[in-house]
Design a protein around this ligand. Structure first.
Ligand SMILES: Cc1ncc(C[n+]2csc(CCOP(=O)(O)OP(=O)(O)O)c2C)c(N)n1
Ligand SMILES: [Mg+2]
Length: 323
């Protein structure tokens, strides 16, 4: 990491948080509909993971607004997608959970918990056959590791030594269910240990996440097969904006917020990279302005035209069907 990258990461984290609050506000106003899963509290993890995985394909969960922006997708195209507008990154047809941009090698967002993991396995298999060295990264939550698709994917990836990084964001909750009620242990990396090299990292420490993902990608690029990283994080909001978060005590939330990734990284900027208060303020103001412009852009963008309804969907036209 260098000062320039550290500043960029701080910008993306601050941008991410402001973006998420703006998305929530616009959800409440009725400008955004459908599901909306916020990543507040996990910005350090999301930004660091994406920036560290420099090249290669990325498949992520539905909590992916910040990841998409860290991959270089314009904030206004992400906000317009949330608003369901034609100028959105998925043409307004994907919404919050399906931010898809092949030119950035970023394939969602997936509403099906664990549904994207086999897709990432397939992509890693294809990349391996093509002789590509960049690797594939798939990001998912702790709850996702209780599903069958996850275990099958570990097995295939390890058997074929695929260039695949499994990145688990463990916030200890699957909607309102605490991990203690859904898994026999807190560390989900234990599930991957028999298959591949595993790491555990503090997901509230962006620099640590960055270093771990870089090291893992290097390992993959050297042809050693898949790697599993588990990052322990805290989400501050409910599972989605329709979840009041009532199942978590004030004490638990305070404990969570004491580890705030943005405050922590800001301190690093000041102490390690010697950024001045002025430099930091400029970054923060730029992020705020970008979010305001993104909302304005989304608001003023047109709705998708009805004729795009059957574009980008799989369907087969059946003729002469007797029913
Ligand atoms: C196959 C499937 N089962 C159930 C759901 C409902 N569901 C949506 S999110 C979620 C919890 C996932 O938790 P986790 O993997 O820990 O991710 P987090 O939201 O904490 O980031 C569930 C069960 C779904 N979308 N898809
Ligand atoms: Mg979770």
């Amino acid at each position: 990491m260098n000062k320039l990258l550290a500043e960029e990461m701080y910008y993306l984290m601050v941008l991410g948080r402001a973006f998420e609050y703006a998305a929530k506000e616009n959800y409440m106003k009725g400008n955004v509909s459908g599901f909306l899963h916020l990543d507040i509290g996990q910005e350090g993890f999301s930004v660091a993971a994406i920036k560290a995985f420099e090249k290669g394909d990325i498949f992520s969960t539905y909590r992916e607004h910040i990841m998409a922006m860290a991959r270089g997708i314009e904030p206004k195209a992400v906000m317009a997608e949330l608003f369901g507008k034609a100028t959105g990154v998925s043409g307004g047809k994907g919404g919050s959970m399906h931010l898809f941009e092949p030119s950035r090698f970023f394939y969602g967002g997936d509403a099906i918990v664990g549904g994207h993991i086999p897709n990432a396995v397939g992509c890693a298999y294809a990349r391996d056959l093509q002789g590509s060295e960049d690797g594939v990264m798939v990001i998912f939550g702790d709850g996702t590791t209780n599903g069958g698709a996850f275990f099958e994917s570990l097995n295939i990836a390890a058997t074929h030594k695929l260039p695949l990084l499994f990145l688990c964001e463990n916030n200890e909750y699957a909607i309102g269910t605490n991990i203690k009620r859904a898994a026999p242990f807190r560390e989900q990396a234990k599930k991957a240990e028999p298959y591949m090299l595993t790491y555990e990292v503090d997901g509230m420490d962006a620099e640590a996440v960055y270093k771990t993902v870089r090291e893992a990608q290097k390992n993959i690029q050297e042809g050693h097969g898949p790697v599993f990283i588990e990052a322990f994080t805290c989400r501050y909001e409910g599972h989605s904006v329709s979840d009041s978060n009532a199942y978590r005590s004030t004490q638990e939330m305070n404990h969570c917020k004491a580890k705030d990734p943005i405050k922590r990284f800001k301190k690093e900027l000041q102490e390690k990279w010697l950024c001045s208060e002025d430099e930091i303020q400029t970054i923060e103001q730029k992020a705020q302005k970008t979010v305001e412009e993104a909302v304005e852009y989304a608001q003023n963008s047109p709705e998708p035209q009805p004729n795009v309804l059957f574009e980008n969907v799989f369907y087969e036209e059946r003729k002469n069907v007797v029913s």
